[in-house]
Write a protein of this length. Structure first.
Length: 254
């Protein structure tokens, strides 16, 4: 069994064929999908998806860094209110994104730190979004590091040195479609890290693996990511599936 640790299955990109797409994932052996939150506008769609697939869908709650705008305090209040109402499997996806907007850096850092503290309060893992912001993310993690801080560095695309630093903060590396890209680079050093530090993800509908690059991604494509990781480590796909699924269960407390 494979586990997709990061997939936006409630996205409107799947509105026309969601049930068919889900069945393809099940047929491919992907039975467990972890769903990150974006902001308050995505909450209801997540809940509907969970109701339709209660045995397969596992929800996170958090405020995505690109949704940290002028109303971020109201959005953070929404996140906290959801935790007061029900349980989740992680605080995510959270972090810092300087690709789209550098002007919000300070409030992104504040929102990130607030949600790290929320994760500690609820004894939950975090799922980090980091784009063009490794230094800034590590800076915030440094202020909150400890045995009570752990999780996944989602869509890891950094260097070997950055991978070491992420792991030092009790983070697994979330490996997705980028590992199949010719210019992805992480394939050149990934096997220097024990497989115990790795989980698999699609980030669908984004970042499709080769040969679907540029097209809509979906959870069934996790097979292609698993295959590439098996090639990098020189082990069977079955072993990659087994170990990475165990890693995900350890992180999410399944």
């Amino acid at each position: 069994m494979l586990t997709d640790t990061h997939t936006h299955l409630y996205s409107d990109a799947f509105d026309e064929d969601r049930s068919i797409m889900m069945q393809r994932a099940f047929d491919a052996g992907i039975k467990r999908m972890f769903i990150p939150a974006i902001d308050s506008e995505s909450t209801q769609a997540m809940y509907i998806l969970e109701k339709e697939y209660p045995k397969n869908i596992f929800l996170m709650m958090g405020l995505h860094p690109t949704s940290v705008k002028e109303n971020y305090k109201k959005e953070l209040l929404h996140v906290k209110e959801q935790f007061d109402k029900r349980s989740f499997f992680a605080v995510g996806e959270i972090g810092i994104d300087l690709y789209w907007d550098k002007s919000t850096l300070e409030i992104q850092k504040e929102a990130f730190k607030t949600q790290l503290q929320l994760a500690k309060k609820h004894k939950l893992p975090i799922v980090i979004h980091c784009r063009d912001a490794f230094g800034e993310v590590f800076e915030v993690l440094e202020t909150e590091k400890g045995n009570d801080l752990f999780g996944i560095f989602h869509c890891f695309t950094g260097t070997e040195t950055q991978a070491k630093q992420a792991i030092s903060y009790n983070m697994k590396l979330g490996i997705g479609g980028v590992v199949t890209f010719k210019n992805g680079k992480i394939d050149t050093f990934l096997n220097k890290f024990d497989l115990k530090h790795i989980v698999l993800e699609t980030d669908s509908p984004y970042l499709s693996p080769t040969p679907y690059r540029g097209k809509r991604n979906e959870s069934s494509y996790l097979q292609l990511i698993c295959k590439k990781v098996a090639e990098i480590y020189g082990i069977s796909e079955e072993e990659v599936a087994r170990v990475t699924t165990e890693n995900s269960k350890e992180i999410f407390g399944i």
